[in-house]
Design a binder for this molecule. Structure first.
Ligand SMILES: Nc1nc2c(ncn2[C@@H]2O[C@H](COP(=O)(O)OP(=O)(O)OP(=O)(O)O)[C@@H](O)[C@H]2O)c(=O)[nH]1
Ligand SMILES: [Mg+2]
Length: 149
């Protein structure tokens, strides 16, 4: 498995957004990390729609859930689920997480247990070998990348 952490959108460094957009055709499965405040931007929504054209394997998480009181967090999640569903034309579930709590080993359970075990459903080795062939249009600078087996 090769995990690629692409830069977030809306950075003052315009190249960051270009690198992320350019990487979309290479995605087999996407873990979309949304911030709690604001929950999702128009740019992120457009990117998700673009990713969905390349992969049906998509998971959405609302990170930094520790930053919002319960009522606001519920509202942020419901808003993100509604706009994502409208954009994708299918139901979308957003899971609440907090990377900070997870790192510190503190906080409530949140939705960590709801992250699907065994996700994503990786293609067979043969299909994977094909999909890892160099493709045209690869980004000139690479997002941070890590590999695991
Ligand atoms: N309170 C809180 N802060 C968080 C959490 N996750 C990340 N942060 C903070 O948010 C800031 C940005 O975190 P990053 O992990 O760099 O976020 P990112 O989405 O990868 O950012 P880019 O790659 O620059 O788009 C840092 O100061 C983190 O400490 C979280 O769950 N809770
Ligand atoms: Mg980052």
């Amino acid at each position: 498995m090769c995990l690629v952490d692409t830069p977030g959108l809306g950075s003052v460094f315009e190249g960051n957004t270009a690198v992320t957009r350019g990487f979309v055709p290479h995605i087999d499965a996407g873990l979309v990390v949304l911030g709690a405040d604001p929950p999702i931007s128009a740019d992120e929504l457009a990117l998700v729609q673009e990713i969905a054209r390349h992969s049906s394997e998509l998971i959405f998480v609302l990170n930094k859930s520790d930053r919002l009181p319960d009522a606001e967090r519920r509202e942020a999640r419901a808003f993100a689920e509604r706009v994502l569903a409208e954009k994708l034309g299918r139901p979308a579930t957003v899971l609440e997480v907090s990377a900070s709590e997870r790192l510190a080993g503190t906080g409530p359970a949140r939705d960590w247990q709801a992250l699907p075990i065994g996700w994503p459903h990786w293609p067979s080795n043969r299909e994977r070998a094909w999909s890892m062939q160099p493709r045209s249009g690869a980004p000139s600078s690479s997002p941070s990348e890590s590999s695991a087996n």
